[in-house]
Design a protein around this ligand. Structure first.
Ligand code: URP
Ligand code: ZN
Ligand code: ZN
Ligand code: ZN
Length: 467
């Protein structure tokens, strides 16, 4: 239950402001902000007072790219909606947008219903859905209109994974034309999967089976080519485009060029591309498998271009693409054949902290941290200002963040249902202390006080980020 709460004395940081203010919460929403120490703020009475002196008071994180329980690579992502949303809360994220999947030969509705059934009653925090479109046909196109009306306003297509999620250029163009009419946003997995499959076959024939070859065959050029093609197709269709999990600097350049032309083209990157590299993929004894995801990790020199893109707004969002597979029994499926390693990394718990470290390291400002992790994903996917900010009327999804606490990331202490951490041993400054979701305490001074079923389905409006 949400009780009348005042958060006193913290530095409220949003995408636009930093103010020393007290925050009043009523009925699960932000009721008011007032400068700390003023008579207006002092006059507030509340059943619960949270002292945030010396701490940041920030909007709950919005992670617009997760895959709980995703069936993939002959297995399932190891976090359920229950374990994954609990871990997200531990990491200061209060909303996820997960991907429902249309199977080939089935309707979007079947896929969406299946994902609702997985999530309902199990989530610790609020959630919405994008729809993965694997089978573009006339029925699918009509269904896209219905989904937009009911709050599933974004559709992921794949230029990669032939035979699984893949769409050809014609299917992509048709879906983009439809989204230009119905207001949907196409999210693109931009890698030339047809060319990659040739390179995979050739690498395996040469006996190159180690995880590091995953990074070599999924070439940056093939990410850039697909990004360029997706942009042109979107331009022809007159539709906006959001490119997911951008990792190659050449792809950032394609996005920057399109944005300079004034196109509604957007890009997301993920912490793994900002903090990890092909060095990790090359770790011996099959340890590299822990870092197999697509798009793949890139050589270190790409990182500076990704940070630059985040600063110049050529990249707008950092999501996790959380898609965990355990090393034992799951990543191991690809011993002797890197193409059989299930693709995906865990990270839903780490995103807010890693991006705070980026503030500490001087890559981005404090407000940009909130913008790329909370406000813009909320706007991009039609949830603002209910989500992504601290303002009167917004949901009281609030994190009390201790910017001075020290922590070391480890699988021994994380809450994701996966047997390793991609950031094992990484030292960070800053830590989530307390998390409220719609005014209810989910994490209270580093203790889990939430419950499965608190998280509510969040229907979304269309993109609020267009030019
Ligand atoms: O490797 C990844 N990214 N796994 C999740 C599926 C996807 O393509 O986003
Ligand atoms: Zn993808
Ligand atoms: Zn993904
Ligand atoms: Zn509750």
């Amino acid at each position: 239950m949400s009780i009348r709460t005042v958060i006193r004395g913290g530095l409220v940081v949003t995408a636009s402001d930093e103010i020393h203010a007290d925050v009043l919460i009523e009925d699960g929403r932000i009721a008011a902000l007032a400068a700390s120490g003023t008579t207006a703020a002092e006059a507030w009475t509340a059943e619960r007072v949270i002292d945030a002196t010396g701490k940041y008071v920030i909007p709950g994180g919005v992670d617009a790219h997760t895959h709980m329980e995703l069936p993939f690579g002959g297995t399932f992502a190891s976090d359920t909606f229950e374990t994954g949303t609990r871990a997200a809360a531990w990491g200061g994220t209060t909303t996820i947008v997960d991907f429902a999947v249309q199977s080939v030969g089935r309707s979007l509705r079947d896929g969406l219903d299946a994902w609702h059934a997985k999530a309902e009653g199990n989530c610790a925090i609020d959630y919405g859905f994008h729809m993965i479109v694997s089978d573009v046909n006339q029925d699918t196109l009509k269904e896209m209109d219905l989904l937009v009306e009911e709050g599933v306003t974004s559709f992921k297509q794949f230029m990669a994974y032939p035979g699984v999620f893949y769409s050809d250029d014609g299917q992509i163009l048709r879906a983009m034309q439809r989204s230009a009419e119905n207001g949907g946003l196409i999210m693109m997995h931009a890698e030339n999967g047809i060319a990659i499959d040739v390179l995979v076959e050739q690498a395996l024939a040469r006996g190159e089976t180690d995880p590091r070859y995953h990074g070599e065959v999924r070439k940056a050029l093939l990410e850039a080519e697909a990004t360029h093609r997706a942009i042109k197709l979107a331009q022809v269709a007159g539709a906006p485009l959001y490119v997911v999990h951008v990792s190659a600097m050449e792809a950032v350049a394609e996005l920057a060029r399109a944005r300079d032309e004034g196109l509604n083209v957007f890009g997301e990157t993920c912490p793994q591309y900002l903090f990890l590299s092909t060095d990790n993929l090359a770790e011996p004894d099959f340890e590299g498998s822990k870092y197999v995801c697509s798009t793949p990790l890139r050589p270190k020199e790409h990182q500076a271009k990704l940070w630059q893109g985040l600063r110049t707004n050529d990249l707008q969002v950092v999501s996790t693409d959380h898609c965990p597979f355990c090393f034992v029994g799951q990543k191991e499926l690809g011993r002797g054949d890197f193409s059989k390693i299930p693709n995906g990394l865990p990270g839903v718990e780490n995103r807010m902290d890693l991006l705070h470290q980026a503030v500490v390291d001087g890559h981005i400002s404090r407000r940009r941290w909130i913008e790329i992790a909370c406000a813009t994903p909320a706007r991009m996917f039609g949830m603002y200002p209910k989500k992504g900010t601290i303002a009167p009327g917004a949901d009281a999804d609030v994190v009390i963040y201790d910017p001075h606490a020290e922590q070391i990331i480890s699988a021994d202490t994380h809450h994701m249902n996966v047997d390793y951490s991609a950031y094992e041993g990484k030292r960070l400054t800053g830590r989530v202390e307390t998390v409220l979701s719609r005014g209810e305490l989910v994490i209270t001074e580093r203790e889990y006080t939430g419950h499965a079923g608190h998280g509510a389905y969040t229907p979304r409006s269309t993109c609020q980020y267009l030019n």
